[in-house]
Design a protein around this ligand. Sequence first.
Ligand code: GLU
Length: 315
Amino acid sequence: MPWTGSRGKPTWQTLAAKFARRTIPMTPPRYIGRFAPSPTGPLHFGSLVCALGSYLDAVAHGGTWLIRMEDLDPPREMPGAAERILHSLDVHGLHSPHPVEWQSKRHHLYQRALDQLQENNLLYACGCTREQIRRAGGHRRADCRQGSPVSGTPAALRFCSEGEDEHFLDLWHGPQSQRTSEDPILKRKDGLFAYQLAVVVDDIQQGVTWVVRGADLLDCTGVQCQLFRALGAEPPGFGHLPLVMNETGQKLSKQNHAAALDDRRPTDNLLQALRFLGLRPPVELSLEQPHHLLAWATAHWQRQQVNRHNRRLHQ
Ligand code: GLU
């Protein structure tokens, strides 16, 4: 067998054949992706785009797609929303081979991570108010006015972030360089674990290798990378999908009362979401069941077709 390509360079086939003879098999890193909705309301079209984008990227790469319910903040949750979200995913054919994980059942993992950070002196109690931090234009351990508040006074626990630029590559936004001016809260004054902690702990514990989610979370990715490393893990790859905007230029969100997905029209919803993600499903698919659309989309998914700009649905 020739070991070189036509220009004398090894081709990938020759290299693959060569490596296949080694005693240690070369297995590519496994792809584990996830969709992690917060049950603050039913899914809307923007969240379907994120669910679908993360699903397609995982499945098209031979990966596993997980669903994690981020029910971490009961005061912000809407009764019944988690069940509605799971029902919507189901009728749109977005199934995971693994059971749904619920953050409300994982508090012991978050506490263990806080203990680990505490042991490494990467955590501090802070009683500063939002207003104090806003006036100071940032917040790090050295700026903490309140220091360790007297016991009994409510205090948040903050992560000592690095004051350096954090670099990472985003699938659609390219090379990123982020510096955080504020140490993130990992446990809130009201005693609840914060999103930044839980999301990183879960992504580590579930072995997530690719985080594909909405572009509204791009800005907090740098500090999450720091937290991954502080907890002894390499950060996964990141891809931030374009947001769907409403007529007034705001992103569709539960806060601005985006309409709930109409679960009676899964095929139409999926076709629109696929077009938003840059695919061109043939008209014949408009009569098909969701699983047929998803099979077609998985075969045709290409990362470079996604237009990263946030925009309205029909732009
Ligand atoms: N739970 C977050 C949300 O619904 C998403 C978290 C993430 O994907 O990192 O916006």
